[in-house]
Design a protein around this ligand. Structure first.
Ligand SMILES: C[S@@+](CC[C@H](N)C(=O)[O-])C[C@H]1O[C@@H](n2cnc3c(N)ncnc32)[C@H](O)[C@@H]1O
Length: 192
């Protein structure tokens, strides 16, 4: 990995240290509108149980907690710094037990089978070490038939849409469709 790639990974891909904290602040501004558009596609209801993977600064979690006001919002992020930032942003709801933010990896989710009816990740899948395994893990923790997933990407993620429908289908998702948004694209599917 080049020095520049390494710096980008520390700031944005898997935020770490001072650079990572700064990256979190930048992403909170840059990706907010797009994250809200992805959340809109999931049509969040008050009682929904939602998992966000790679929540970064936590602005998506904040929005989800507002929409699923009587539900349950959980998040997992690889970065300790992002868990700290997102916890600070959502402190009251974390303390009240309405928001559950954990440090960990999407490839091994610390949740029971069939826990969530909605799941999303924005600009995160492109840095997962094993996307196929991660998608199977997400499907495992989703309620079958009703479980919806949204995977959003802005151009700066560098993720191409090519092959994503096939990866989701192989992982056991159905009704996979690609939606173009103002600032990127989103894959929607059902956990079957
Ligand atoms: C580019 S940032 C995007 C953050 C936020 N979703 C946004 O759009 O602003 C990618 C996020 O995914 C997290 N991440 C990377 N690999 C992960 C993994 N294997 N499991 C869980 N989170 C991961 C990173 O720590 C980081 O917070």
């Amino acid at each position: 990995m080049s020095i520049v790639d390494n710096l980008f990974m520390q700031m944005f891909g898997r935020p770490q240290g001072m650079l990572g904290r700064f990256g979190g602040i930048i992403m909170a501004r840059m990706n907010k509108e797009f994250t809200y558009s992805v959340i809109d596609l999931l049509d969040i209801q008050p009682n929904d149980r939602v998992l966000e993977i790679g929540f970064g600064s936590g602005m998506g979690i904040q929005r989800l907690a507002k929409l699923a006001s009587t539900g349950y919002i959980a998040g997992i992020d690889y970065s300790k710094e992002m868990v700290e930032q997102a916890t600070a942003m959502n402190l009251k709801k974390v303390e009240a037990g309405l928001v559950d933010l954990r440090q960990g990896s999407v490839e091994s989710l610390p949740f029971e089978d069939n826990t969530f009816n909605k799941a999303l990740a924005v600009n995160s899948m492109q840095v997962w070490s094993d996307a196929a395994k991660a998608l199977q893990e997400i499907r495992r923790v989703q309620k079958k038939v009703e479980g919806k997933i949204a995977l959003g990407f802005t151009p700066y993620s560098g993720q191409s849409s090519h092959g994503l429908i096939e990866i989701l289908t192989t992982a056991g998702f159905t009704e996979v469709k690609l939606v173009n948004l103002d600032d990127g694209f989103c894959l929607l599917a059902i956990a079957s």
